[in-house]
Write a protein that binds this ligand. Structure first.
Ligand SMILES: [Zn+2]
Length: 68
């Protein structure tokens, strides 16, 4: 299962752990979380999350815009 990361605070949602503080059972995929689920760290909505990719891939995916 994919991990999802909050773009507001970098909280990482791990489906294998769920979010037991908010009655989300371990093993719950991100897309099965209730729509009203909020980031435990900063209360961002689900649409602020994106699929987590490893750090090395981040660096490749984000171009440098400093040259303009
Ligand atoms: Zn957050």
């Amino acid at each position: 299962m994919k991990k999802w990361v909050c773009t507001c605070c970098d909280y990482l949602y791990n489906p294998e752990q769920g979010d037991t503080n908010h009655e989300v059972e371990p093993g719950t995929p991100f897309n099965e979380l209730p729509d009203e689920w909020l980031c435990p760290e900063c209360s961002a909505k689900k649409n602020k999350f994106k699929v987590y990719v490893e750090r090395a891939m981040w660096d490749d995916a984000i171009p440098e815009y400093g040259g303009y």
